[in-house]
Design a protein around this ligand. Structure first.
Ligand code: PA5
Ligand code: NI
Length: 191
């Protein structure tokens, strides 16, 4: 085991890593409020990369702290900015985000719909408390790059978000990001 990794702030990567995931638009189609718009962009621009991340994972057991670097590219589907899938941790485990480049939002919400949003940008630390699902949104015109760390036994639950989405959408209005209610979320039954 090496005792750390290096962040390359020019190439936007972290090395060494144990896991590198690239998430493309086709796999996020249904996460956007206007999937038809996603289809249009897919036709026009192809299957663009929305975000990717490098992780140092130390196994499923407890006691370690997994960490990594996420790089989100700028873009929009309709009025909605590029986003991550978002997830809850299976255990009541917190997470720390540290903004390095670019600007965006971290949306956080509990399973019963309590919502918080924080701006993430360079020199910002965002604490995601236990029990809060989290999704990141790039509201800028440059890549949004952030470091994250969470307990190694946290586990990831993507299903609840996949079905209901988040309570808020982050959209562009008059050239600026705005949080609005997600109509689809309001109509879904509690998970
Ligand atoms: O651990 C986290 O919460 C983040 O690093 C995310 O995993 C990362 O940003 C990608 O998001 P998601 O896992 O929701 O696709
Ligand atoms: Ni997480």
């Amino acid at each position: 085991m090496s005792f750390g990794s290096k962040i390359d702030a020019v190439k936007n990567l972290l090395e060494p890593f144990t896991n590198h995931k690239v998430v493309k638009l086709s796999s996020l189609r249904d996460y956007f409020s206007e999937p038809n718009e996603a289809d249009r962009v897919l036709k026009e621009r192809g299957d663009v990369v929305v975000y990717e991340y490098y992780e140092r994972i130390f196994g499923e057991g407890g006691g370690h702290i997994n960490f990594g670097l996420t790089v989100m590219y700028p873009g929009k589907i309709g009025r909605e900015y590029f986003l991550t899938r978002g997830h809850f941790h299976e255990k009541d485990a917190a997470e720390i985000y540290v903004g390095l480049k670019g600007v965006g939002y971290i949306l956080m919400q509990t399973r019963d719909g309590k919502v918080e949003a924080r701006v993430i940008e360079p020199d910002t630390v965002v604490y995601v408390p236990p029990g809060y699902g989290h999704r990141t949104i790039n509201t800028g015109t440059e890549p949004l790059v952030f470091f994250f760390a969470y307990p190694s036994d946290a586990g990831h639950d993507y299903e609840a978000v996949k079905e209901k989405g988040f309570a808020k959408l982050v959209v562009e209005e008059n050239g600026k990001p705005k949080l609005i209610d997600n109509p689809k979320y309001l109509m879904s039954p509690m998970v």
